[in-house]
Structures are given as structure tokens and as C-alpha cells.
Design a protein around this ligand. Sequence first.
Ligand code: ADP
Ligand code: MG
Length: 334
Amino acid sequence: MKKVLSVAAVILAVALVAFLAYDGIANKETSTDFFSMNTYVTAKLVGADSDECAEQIRSLTEKLDTEILSRTSPSSYVFKLNSNGGGEVDGKIKEYLTVLLNVSQKSGGAFDFTLGGVSDLWNFGAEPSVPDETALKDALSHSGYQKIQLEETAVIYGDKKAVIDFGAAGKGIALDEIKSLLSGKKIKSAVVSVGGSVLLMGEDEFTVGIRNPSGNSGSYIAKLNIPEFCVSTSGSYEQQFEKDGEVFHHILNPETGYPANNGLLSVTVLSQSGILSDALSTACFVLGQEKGMALAKEFGCHAIFVTENKEIIAEKYAVDIIEITDDSYTLVTR
Ligand code: ADP
Ligand code: MG
């Protein structure tokens, strides 16, 4: 009898150790950060596969940029399309272009993914300056999403000088690709940010900050308490410079080629789709609060607007998820 009991005790102890070890692996935490897509990428992963996934996130993001989306890297697919004035497209790149064309159309051109030539002149990514008026007009005359035709297996540039630019949506695309990578793995939760776009994955409730538009990158004006989402913010504070007392930022009004000014400081969009959250945050910024809100709704997404008047404007649902942390701002629901 004694022997049976001690064997049972040993089995129990082994099972307990195995359980604790398994639990330890299942809750394994890994963090990584690196620079890609012209911005900082950070990932915090929990799960048995967190180490290998952190590595894969890095290579996936770098490849997506240099092999597919970059407007400036000669090895990328988009660079080749722009150099050749069109070409074959299928699979993923065609899907991305379809979404950008749709957002361009539905926003009435406030979002325009062919503004690359104009953005090149402003050169926000490197050494920004106010472009020469004639050069700006010329670049604008070659932009316009209506010039791009998507066919079964090809993209046709109606104007060979049009320059497709994924700058407003590439970070969101990275989130979608990372999301599908992680869904096949043993990952319990993930928070991955690619610049101003964040992927929240898992069953937890997450807290994300809305950045203080006039503060440093670590200061926030509000918190969002939300489940799984992609959250993108477009802000005029992100890339800007001052010339003769005037501030110029990188989100452009496609009608003029100059920075969009609608009294907004930032727009945050929540969506299950990364590409939509990113593209729509830019589109809403250009459209302004009222039309932007309507556009986000049309796509089934939520938008939160931060205005120069220190208001945070959102739909009524937002009362439950927003917590203002800087009391110089007021929450306004519509
Ligand atoms: P960030 O790059 O800071 O995340 P956005 O997602 O808002 O900001 O994208 C801004 C980028 O999108 C610009 O740097 C430029 O490449 C491109 N862009 C600027 N204006 C427009 C526009 N009206 N429509 C589409 N893309 C734009
Ligand atoms: Mg964007």
C-alpha cells in the first residue's frame, strides 16, 4: 500500500512540474524593437512561439518594405511599377491596391495613393523643404488616383509619371501581415507597433494612449481601453518643419499639394483591418472631422479626432472606451 502511495506521489509531482514548465513556456514573453519602414517597430509577444515570432516579425517587415512597398528602394515591386509606369500585379499587391483605390474613391480623392511625386518634392522622410511652385504644380498634374486602372492581372498608369505611394497605408499592411503570421502560432497575446499603427491581438483588454500632439512621444492626452483591434494614428506632429514662422507637415491635401489644414491635430482609427485603419486615419485627417467621421462609418471603423481647439471628438460609443488623462482636453461625442 505504502509503495502504491509513493508511486502516486511521484506521478503527481512529475505532472505538477510538467504543468508548471508547460505554463512557463505558454506564457513566455519576448520583446523586440528595430527600425524599418522609416520608423520604429516594437513587438511584445506572449506565448510558446514568442521567440521565433519576434524574429519572423523582423524579417517579414523588412522584406515587405524593401521587396514590395518602398517607393524609394530600387529593389521593391512598387519602385519597379513606378519606374515602368505600370506592370503585372496579382495576389497581395493587387489586394492592397484594390483597398487603396477604394479609399481614394470613397474619400472623393482626399486620400490619394498617387501623390508620391508631390511627397518626393517635400522630402519629409529626409531633408524637408517647401517645394518650388512650378515643380509642385507639375508633380500635381501627374498625380490623381483616377489615372490608375486595376485590371485582372495588371495595373495601368494612365499617366506614366504618376508615382504610387504606400506611405499612408504601409504600416497598416505590415500589421495585417504580422497578424496572419501570428494567428498560426502559439501566441496568446501580442502588441506590435509599426510607427503610429498598433496591432492588439489576444483575449485581454488593452490600453493604448492617444499621443499629446504638442508633447514629446511619451506623453498622452487620453487612454483607450479596447479589445483586439488595429489602431492607427495620423498626426500633423509626426513629420513637420518650420519655415518663416509657418509649420509644414507631411499629410497633404491632394487638391493643392500643400499640408492639409482642417483644424485637426490627429486622427485615430480603430479597425480589424490594419490597412484600413492606416489609410483611413490619413483620409480622415485630410477630410476633416465631419466628412472623416462619415467615411470611417462607411467602412465600419471608428474614428477619434483631436482638434486644435483641444477637443477629442468621437461617436457616442467612445464614452465607454476613452479616458481623458489631460484635463485641458474635452471629450465631445457626436
Ligand atoms: P505616418 O507615415 O506618420 O504614419 P500617415 O499614415 O498619415 O502617417 O501617412 C502619411 C504619408 O502618406 C505621407 O508621408 C505621404 O507619403 C503619404 N500621403 C500624404 N498625403 C496623402 C494623401 N492625401 N493621401 C494618401 N497618401 C498621402
Ligand atoms: Mg495612415
